[in-house]
Design a protein around this ligand. Sequence first.
Ligand code: COA
Length: 263
Amino acid sequence: MTYENILFEVRDGVGLLTFNRPKALNALNPATIEEVNDVIERVRKDDTVRVLVLTGAGEKAFVAGADITQFPRMNPFEARAFAERGQEVFAKLEELPKPVIACANGFTLGGGCELAMSCDFIYASDKAKFGQPEINLGIIPGFGGTQRLSRLVGRARAKELCMTGEMIDARQALDLGLVAKVFPAEQLLEETLKVASRLAAKSQAALRAIKFVVDRGVDVDLRSGCALEAEAFGAAFAGQDAREGVAAFLEKRTPDFKGSLTS
Ligand code: COA
């Protein structure tokens, strides 16, 4: 597939997907969502891509939401299908068995905020703004915002943000727990890529297990979640990375994790 709305490159185990419609503040149209889906499929299959980073082209935006220009043509059935497809692709991103970092370099609104919340964590520029402004269009979030935001920041703050449509800055998003770290705008991508490179050198099997257990555990009772963790802990001991990591510690050297996701 050739991409018209995004850029995708892989360097040293890190895939970088850049939303590239800066004139529309990188708004998500259906074609962009299909291109993201294609990247997810590529990254899933390609062992050389160990970490995925998402960011936006231009100075102003990560992604300023779904593309509003298509809304006047949509009937309720088409709108539901659009929401369902977006949800499906974002769920695939969330379930990709590799770390995914959102590098929120500007407006991260509506579908952009929903996309960022589908990543494992969000690093933000000090100029970024977050929000679910759909209410101001007389509609509601459709790509999982009402659900992921409430799970991340609690129901009351999620409802406040979705009901007021208020934008918050990166510092407020950090205080809320929506964002993991805030960096000066000019350092954001470099710092994010540094962390991505560090993750690319870790055990891919262990990263996959952490992601799986945290995400699957969050919706179950504590006892079941801990049982899931114990199973995954046990399974980790079957992999070559556990042998290498423990041996490297005991031999006082840096581990060289070569295990594939299936080892
Ligand atoms: N869909 C389509 N186009 C969008 C867009 C979106 N979600 N967000 C911004 N754009 C377009 C604008 O229409 C404008 O296009 P134009 O230059 O052809 O007029 C361009 O991007 C720049 O945006 P502009 O509004 O001029 O920038 P700004 O700095 O004044 O305001 C925002 C920035 C983000 C506050 C404002 O663009 C905005 O409110 N966007 C919509 C956010 C939203 O509601 N998202 C949820 C959608 S469901």
